[in-house]
Design a protein around this ligand. Structure first.
Ligand code: TRP
Length: 373
C-alpha cells in the first residue's frame, strides 16, 4: 500500500447524544491522535449495532445519526483528518461476520463480560436476540474491514478487542494468510477516565440512568447538574472531614482539571492535592468545590458546544460529510473483503488456480486456494 500511515477505526452506537463519559473515555484521545496527523482514521456511527438492542425502535437510531455526528465535530474530530461513516452502508460489515461467526464458539461469546453486563441491563436473560449475542463478531468485522491497528475506545470495550484479536488469529491461521490485522485498544491516559462515574455517583454515566452531562448541554444546565452532584454523604457540615476518594466531584476534577485549568480557576490552593487535603481535614464545603468544578467544566465544554452549534447551522453539510466518508470507507473495506474472499478461496470466477484445478486439468484434487497464490 502506498499509504504507510497506521489506521484508526472506532465508533459509537447512535442511541443518544454523547456525554462526558464518551468525552474523557475516548473522544479526547481520538482528537489527540487525529491532530497528530500520523494516522488514517475512520470513525463509524454504528447503526447496525444499535439495532441489535433497538430493533423495534429504528426511529431512535434515525434521530441520533446527525446528533452523534455533531457531537464528534463539536468534540473537535476534524473532518479533514478522518472519514465519518455509517455502518449500515458498508457491505463488508454484513459479509465478514458470516465468515467470522464460524470461527467463534457460543461458549466464547457467553464469556464476554461486557455482553453479560448488557444482557442483564436489558433484561435479555429470558429472550435474547441472536443479533445482540453475536454483535462482538460484527464488531470484529468493523475493525478488521479497515485493517485497523488502533481502536481508541472506552475501557468497557476491551473484551471486544480481545475477541477481535482471537478472530484475526484464527482466520489468519486457518486460511494461511496475513490479510487481517490484530488491533490494539487505545485507552485514556488516566484511570479515572476509563469509566467516568455519573453525576449521581453511579459507577457509570449512562443515558438510561439519567446521570449524564451532555456535550451539547447549555451553561445553565451544566451548572445545575454540577451543583446537584452527589458527593460524600457523610460530609454533612462544612466542618466535617470529607472523603475525596470515589467522590464524584473530585473524580471529575481529576478527569477534567489538569494543573492549568485548576490554577486558572482556583487561586486559594496551590494544587488539587491541597484542595483535597483540606476537604479530608474538614472545613471545606461542597458548594465551594462544586462551584470550582462548574467553572472548569464550563471552560471544557464551551468550545465544544460552540463548534457544535456552527455545524448544527449546516446539517445539510454534515450529512454530506457522512455521505462522502461512507463512500471512502466502502472503498477501503471492499478491498479487504476481496482479499478475505480470496484467502478463503471463494474467488471461483477470477481465480486462475480455480480454472487450472477444476476446468483445464479437469476434476478435483488439484490446487487448494492457498497454494495457488
Ligand atoms: N460497541 C461500541 C459502543 O458500544 C460501538 C462500536 C461498534 C465500536 N463497532 C465498533 C467501537 C468498532 C470501536 C470499534 O459504543
Amino acid at each position: 500500500m502506498a499509504d504507510e500511515k497506521k489506521i484508526i477505526l472506532t465508533g459509537d452506537r447512535p442511541t443518544g447524544a454523547l456525554h462526558l463519559g464518551h468525552y474523557v473515555g475516548s473522544l479526547k484521545k481520538r482528537k489527540e491522535m487525529l491532530d497528530s496527523g500520523k494516522y488514517t482514521a475512520f470513525i463509524m456511527i454504528a447503526d447496525i449495532q444499535a439495532l441489535t438492542d433497538n430493533a423495534e425502535d429504528p426511529e431512535k437510531i434515525r434521530e441520533n445519526i446527525l446528533e452523534v455526528a455533531l457531537d464528534y465535530l463539536g468534540a473537535g474530530l476534524s473532518p479533514e483528518r478522518c472519514s465519518f461513516f455509517v455502518q449500515s452502508h458498508i457491505p463488508a460489515l454484513y459479509e465478514l461476520p458470516m465468515y467470522f461467526a464460524n470461527l467463534v464458539t457460543m461458549a466464547r461469546l457467553e464469556r464476554n463480560p461486557t455482553v453479560k453486563a448488557e444482557i442483564a441491563a436489558r433484561n435479555f436473560e429470558k429472550s435474547l436476540p441472536v443479533g445482540f449475542m453475536t454483535y462482538p463478531i460484527s464488531q470484529a468485522a468493523d475493525i478488521t474491514a479497515f485493517k485497523a491497528h488502533y481502536v481508541p475506545v472506552g475501557a468497557d470495550q476491551l473484551p471486544m478487542l480481545e475477541q477481535t484479536r482471537e478472530i484475526v488469529h484464527s482466520f489468519n491461521r486457518i486460511y494461511k494468510t496475513d490479510v487481517l490485522v490484530e488491533p490494539e485498544a487505545v485507552l485514556p491516559d488516566d484511570e479515572t477516565s476509563y469509566r467516568l462515574v455519573g453525576t449521581d455517583g453511579n459507577a457509570k454515566m449512562s443515558k438510561s440512568l439519567g446521570n449524564c452531562i451532555y456535550l451539547k448541554d447549555d451553561p445553565d444546565t451544566i451548572r445545575e447538574k454540577v451543583m446537584n452532584m452527589f458527593t460524600d454523604p457523610n460530609h454533612l457540615r462544612v466542618s466535617d472531614p470529607g472523603e475525596t476518594d470515589g467522590n464524584p466531584v473530585f473524580l471529575y476534577l481529576d478527569a477534567f482539571g489538569g494543573p492549568e485549568l485548576f490554577s486558572a480557576h482556583c487561586t486559594a490552593y496551590a494544587s488539587l492535592g491541597e484542595l483535597k487535603a483540606h476537604y479530608r481535614r474538614g472545613g471545606l464545603g461542597d458548594v465551594f468545590v462544586k462551584k470550582l468544578l462548574n467553572e472548569i467544566m464550563q471552560d471544557v465544554l464551551r468550545p465544544i458546544r460552540e463548534r457544535r452549534l456552527q455545524y448544527e447551522a449546516d446539517k445539510e453539510g454534515v450529512l454530506g460529510l457522512l455521505k462522502a466518508g461512507t463512500e471512502s470507507a466502502r472503498e477501503q473495506s471492499d478491498r479487504t473483503l476481496a482479499e478475505v474472499r480470496e484467502a478463503i478461496g471463494l474467488n471461483y470466477f477470477t481465480d486462475k488456480g480455480f480454472s487450472n484445478a477444476y476446468i483445464t486439468r479437469g476434476g478435483a484434487g488439484g490446487d487448494t486456494p492457498n497454494s495457488t497464490k
